[in-house]
Structures are given as structure tokens and as C-alpha cells.
Design a protein around this ligand. Structure first.
Ligand SMILES: CC(=O)N[C@H]1[C@@H](OP(=O)(O)OP(=O)(O)OC[C@H]2O[C@@H](n3ccc(=O)[nH]c3=O)[C@H](O)[C@@H]2O)O[C@H](CO)[C@@H](O)[C@@H]1O[C@H](C)C(=O)N[C@@H](C)C(=O)N[C@H](CCC(=O)O)C(=O)O
Ligand SMILES: Nc1ncnc2c1ncn2[C@@H]1O[C@H](COP(=O)(O)OP(=O)(O)OP(=O)(O)O)[C@@H](O)[C@H]1O
Ligand SMILES: N[C@H](CCC[C@H](N)C(=O)O)C(=O)O
Ligand SMILES: [Mg+2]
Length: 485
């Protein structure tokens, strides 16, 4: 592709482009080959500008860099494109380079519920006989596609290459998770969105965003910058009032088609929720019509995610979405039933790794407990340390027995992470080794008890001191329970 066409797509002046041809785009100097456009981005650990010389030596056809970046001394010149917002320019260029995208693309953001909601959307479309994909923490889920990388929101170069491949394979519908990191880093700026959803905003990722205001602002970009005017915007009306007010104001200012779901919802209102043995019956009012909806999924948070997915599907042309919802099945690692012990006690695996998610999970399990509710949990290293005592407090308040263990300590001392949790969960029993903690907790279960193994959900590895070893909560539970995986 001609460099000048890429600069145009990114809204940059074209003079620097000359006659150069671009055969690939990357933000990683190590992946540069002859003809590649190298985006030199300042990051959290390194500055891409310091790799310009290496990229040129490898044959870069052009370089994209932040405004003001000097050309390194002694390096043969190639076209240098300077942008005030180089990450956005990169995303727009990647979109132009790969061109095709599924016609109906929906983005879902919020602290919790993104993976579940995009999975439910893919399921709804598939149940309706349409080829569909979901993209996010579980990778790319689409028939015939490998899962690929598992950032919640992929980098724009990978994303647009995959979106084009999906479109070429006839996948016309896709739902994608918009993480706050992804939105902040402009990973989605080149995506042509048909609709977007916002589930909730509670504490997470403050290490990256500095505070709740920065975290919220990153998520609001989906609505104030990325979603085209007139497009449907679905909000869970039960989220915190401050964020909902922001969203409503943005929707009004930008002419978005606002749709609200939840107990306080307008378009789909949740009137009552009746837990059943393995699922729940919802009383709802949809489009002003009272009706019941039977779900094969337990837990109020799952009901909220289903209503969000249904509203997004209806808003983008699937009127039968509500009638398909009873056929939705659970998402890997999200309130996943893992095993029942001979005495009847049940074990669930879930991805709750924030204070709110733990609270919602334990509240969802409580109606099913006739004995005691147990939870095995920890907190990830190299992530917001402030959430650790809050996670401890949520478990201390809502579970009967807490087992504090390691999640992914990454580069941190696991004992210090556990101590930070225990400060707010003093009765928690500390067992660092995760498999041992699960085994001890399972051995303590009596008839009528439920154990939640929280924090790692679908994850297939545990990262300790920077090394990831195979570890799968559900597999450990099943092995201990003597159940086939
Ligand atoms: C904090 C963060 O999001 N970092 C992501 C970001 O890295 P970065 O820009 O900070 O990169 P850096 O290492 O400082 O390097 C700066 C630049 O120099 C380049 N470089 C570096 C070395 C070299 O030899 N040559 C070279 O060109 C790098 O490619 C990069 O462009 O861009 C990288 C490439 O796309 C990502 O791999 C990396 O994700 C890291 C691994 C990560 O852990 N991200 C997590 C926190 C994340 O994004 N999580 C969210 C949220 C999950 C949730 O919702 O819970 C997600 O969407 O997954
Ligand atoms: N709507 C919700 N409200 C509150 N908690 C939820 C909700 N949906 C899911 N959860 C909790 O959060 C966990 C993660 O859910 P899910 O993977 O769907 O969220 P996510 O937003 O994709 O998370 P991540 O940011 O890690 O990708 C679940 O296992 C559950 O404990
Ligand atoms: N996307 C989240 C996942 C957290 C999962 C949990 N197991 C942990 O390691 O903290 C993050 O990177 O913060
Ligand atoms: Mg996710």
C-alpha cells in the first residue's frame, strides 16, 4: 500500500510520504522487515524512538513517531511521519492497511462482565444461524480460527489483521472487549463500530490510570470519541450514578441512541429474579411488555450480562435475541460449575479478581448454600495494590470461610500480597500454594457447602517470579474430586 494513503487515513500531512510503498506495519522493531512501517511509540517500559535505528537497519520503509521526535544522528533517512497522537495514527493506519472488518462490530466496556457479554453476543448470533466471533480475554472465538493472543483488547495491528481475516471468512458479526488499557492506548480507534455497551465501573487498574477519574475517562472514550453519532449505546442503568450521568450526557451531546437495561432500565427492566437449582427465572419488562425469562445461568451478574447482550443484539438487527436467551450456556471460568463432592458440596471456578466481582460472585452463590460458603482467592502482583484489602474485606463480609492463596504474583513477593489481603480478612487461612489451598478447602467442605475458587477462571497458567507454569483451577478441582476433566 502507498504510504501516502496511510498518512491520509491517519489524517496526517502527506508531504513526508513521498513514493514509499508499505508492505507491513508494526510497533515492534524486532518484527521489522524490508518495506515495514515502524511506529515508534513511547511505552510503559521502553521508548520506541530508541529503536528507530534498529528498525531502519532492518529495512523499515517509513517511521511514525510522536511530534517533536528528532531523527537519530548518523542514520540514513526514510520518511518520518510525526503525529500528536501516534497511537491513534497507528490504529487508523492499521485499519486502512487491512481494510475489511465484519459489518456489525460491537464493543463492550466496563470493569466486569465484558468477556461474558461478548461471549453471549456471539452465542446469540450463532443460535440465530449467523457466522459470528467474539474477541477478548478468551482470545478470538470463531469457528475455524485459532484463539491467538489474549490481551483483552488486542494491539491494533494484530486486531485489524484478524478482523480482515474474519470478514474474509464470511464472519459478519463480531463483539469485542474494550479494556481501559486498550481504549487509553487507542487500540480500537480504527474499528468501525455499530454499537457499544457499558456494564459497570468499580475499582480496578488504578496502577495504570492513576485514579478513578482517569480510569472512567479511558472507558468513556468508547462513547465520546469512538462510537459514531446515532449508533446505539447500551448502558446498565444499575451502575454507579456518577458514571451513568457522564454516559447520559455524552449520549445526549453526540446523538447516540441510548438504551438502558437493569433494575433501573427503561428498554429492558429487571423486575425480579428467582434463583433455581442450576439457573434462574427473571421477571422483566421489555419494550413495555412484562414477561418471564428462564436462564440456564445462575447469578444476578450473569442476568445483567445477558440483558446487556440481548439489548445490543436487538439494537443491531436481531429482534429474536430475547427468545434465544434461554439457550445461552455459561462462559469458561465464569461461575463455572467444576465438581460436586460425594457429600453434595459443590465447587465453582470464577474469574473474580476485583472487590466488586468477588462481592457479586459470593452474593450470587449465597442463595444456593444451605451450609457454609467458602472462597479460595488471592490477588495479582504488579497490579493495583489498593484493591487487595478491599478484596479481603469483601470475602470476610460475604463468605463464611476464607482461604487466602496466591493468584499470579508475577514479579512481587507473594507473602506481601497475601498479608495485604489478610489485613482486611483476619480470619482468612493463608496457604500460599494454590493447589494446596484448593485441596485443603475442598477437604473442609460439608454437605450443603459451596466453594468458590476465584481469580483465575479460564487461565491455564500461574505466573510466579516472572515464570508461567501450567495451572488450571477447574482441572485441579476435578482431579481432587476424582471427576474426569
Ligand atoms: C501496559 C500495557 O498495556 N502495555 C502494553 C503495551 O506495551 P508498552 O507500549 O508499554 O510497551 P513497552 O514495553 O514500554 O515498549 C514501548 C514500545 O517499544 C517497542 N519496542 C520495545 C522493545 C524493542 O526491542 N523494540 C521495540 O520496538 C514496543 O513494541 C512498544 O511499542 O503494548 C504492548 C504491545 O501491544 C503490550 O504487549 C503491552 O501489554 C502488556 C504486556 C500488558 O500486560 N498489558 C496489560 C496490562 C493489558 O493491556 N491489559 C488490558 C486490560 C485487561 C483487563 O481489562 O483486565 C488488556 O487489554 O489486556
Ligand atoms: N456484570 C457484572 N457485574 C459485576 N461483576 C461481574 C459482572 N460480570 C461478571 N462479573 C464478575 O467478574 C468476573 C469476570 O467477568 P468477565 O470475564 O465477564 O469480565 P471482564 O470485564 O471481561 O474482565 P477482564 O477485565 O478481566 O477482562 C466474573 O467471573 C464475575 O466474578
Ligand atoms: N486482565 C486482568 C486479569 C487479572 C487476572 C488475575 N488472575 C490476576 O492475575 O490479577 C489484569 O491483567 O489485571
Ligand atoms: Mg475480559
Amino acid at each position: 500500500m502507498r504510504l501516502v494513503d496511510l498518512t491520509r487515513a491517519a489524517g496526517l500531512p502527506g508531504e513526508a510520504a513521498g513514493l514509499a510503498e508499505v508492505t507491513a506495519i508494526t510497533a515492534d522493531s524486532r518484527a521489522v522487515e524490508t518495506g515495514t512501517l515502524f511506529a515508534a511509540l513511547p511505552g510503559t517500559r521502553a521508548d520506541g524512538a530508541s529503536y528507530i535505528a534498529e528498525a531502519v537497519a532492518r529495512g523499515a520503509a517509513a517511521v511514525l513517531a510522536p511530534s517533536g521526535t528528532p531523527w537519530p544522528a548518523g542514520i540514513a533517512p526514510v520518511p518520518l511521519l510525526r503525529a500528536d497522537d501516534p497511537r491513534r495514527a497507528l490504529a487508523l493506519m492499521a485499519a486502512a492497511f487491512h481494510a475489511a472488518q465484519p459489518a456489525t462490530l460491537i464493543a463492550v466496556t466496563g470493569t466486569n462482565g465484558k468477556t461474558s457479554t461478548v461471549d453471549f453476543l456471539r452465542q446469540l448470533w450463532t443460535l440465530a444461524g449467523q457466522r459470528a466471533a467474539s474477541i477478548g480475554t478468551l482470545g478470538i472465538v470463531a469457528e475455524g480460527f485459532p484463539p491467538g493472543p489474549t490481551l483483552t483488547t488486542p494491539d491494533p495491528v494484530t486486531l485489524h489483521e484478524r478482523l480482515a481475516a474474519l470478514a474474509a471468512a464470511g464472519v459478519a458479526r463480531a463483539a469485542i472487549e474494550a479494556s481501559s488499557h486498550g481504549l487509553e492506548q487507542r487500540r480500537l480507534d480504527g474499528v468501525r463500530l455499530a454499537a457499544a455497551g457499558f456494564s459497570n465501573l468499580t475499582r480496578d487498574h488504578l496502577d495504570f490510570h492513576g485514579g478513578m477519574d482517569g480510569y472512567r475517562a479511558a472507558k468513556l472514550r468508547l462513547f465520546d470519541t469512538l462510537l459514531p453519532a446515532g449508533a446505539p449505546a447500551v448502558f446498565n442503568a444499575d451502575m454507579d450514578g456518577a458514571t451513568l450521568d457522564w454516559l447520559r450526557a455524552i449520549a445526549a451531546r453526540r446523538g447516540l441512541r441510548r438504551i438502558e437495561v437493569g433494575e433501573a432500565g427503561r428498554e429492558i427492566r429487571l423486575l425480579a429474579l428467582h434463583p433455581q437449582t442450576t439457573g434462574q427465572v427473571l421477571e422483566i419488562e421489555a419494550g413495555g411488555v412484562p414477561q418471564t425469562l428462564e436462564l440456564a445461568l445462575p447469578g444476578r451478574f450473569q442476568a445483567e450480562n445477558v440483558l446487556m447482550a440481548v439489548a445490543l443484539a436487538i439494537a443491531t438487527g436481531l429482534p429474536e435475541a430475547l427468545s434465544l436467551a434461554p439457550r445461552l450456556v455459561g462462559v469458561r471460568g465464569r461461575m463455572e460449575f467444576a465438581a460436586r463432592l460425594p457429600n453434595g458440596a459443590a465447587v465453582y471456578v470464577d474469574y473474580a479478581h476485583t472487590p466488586d466481582a468477588l462481592e457479586r460472585l459470593l452474593m450470587a452463590l449465597r442463595p444456593h448454600v444451605t451450609g457454609q460458603l467458602h472462597v479460595v482467592f488471592g490477588a495479582g502482583g504488579d497490579r493495583d495494590p489498593g484493591k487487595r484489602p478491599l478484596m479481603g474485606a469483601a470475602c470476610a463480609r460475604l463468605a463464611d470461610r476464607c482461604w487466602i492463596t496466591d493468584d499470579n504474583p508475577r514479579g512481587e513477593d507473594p507473602a506481601l500480597i497475601r498479608a495485604a489481603i489478610r489485613a482486611a480478612c483476619p480470619d482468612g487461612i493463608e496457604i500460599g500454594d494454590r493447589a494446596e489451598a484448593i485441596a485443603v478447602a475442598m477437604a473442609a467442605l460439608r454437605a450443603g457447602d459451596i466453594l468458590a475458587v476465584a481469580g483465575k477462571g479460564h487461565e491455564s497458567g500461574q505466573t510466579i517470579a516472572g515464570v508461567t507454569l501450567p495451572f488450571d483451577d477447574a482441572a485441579v478441582v476435578k482431579r481432587l474430586a476424582g471427576v474426569a476433566p
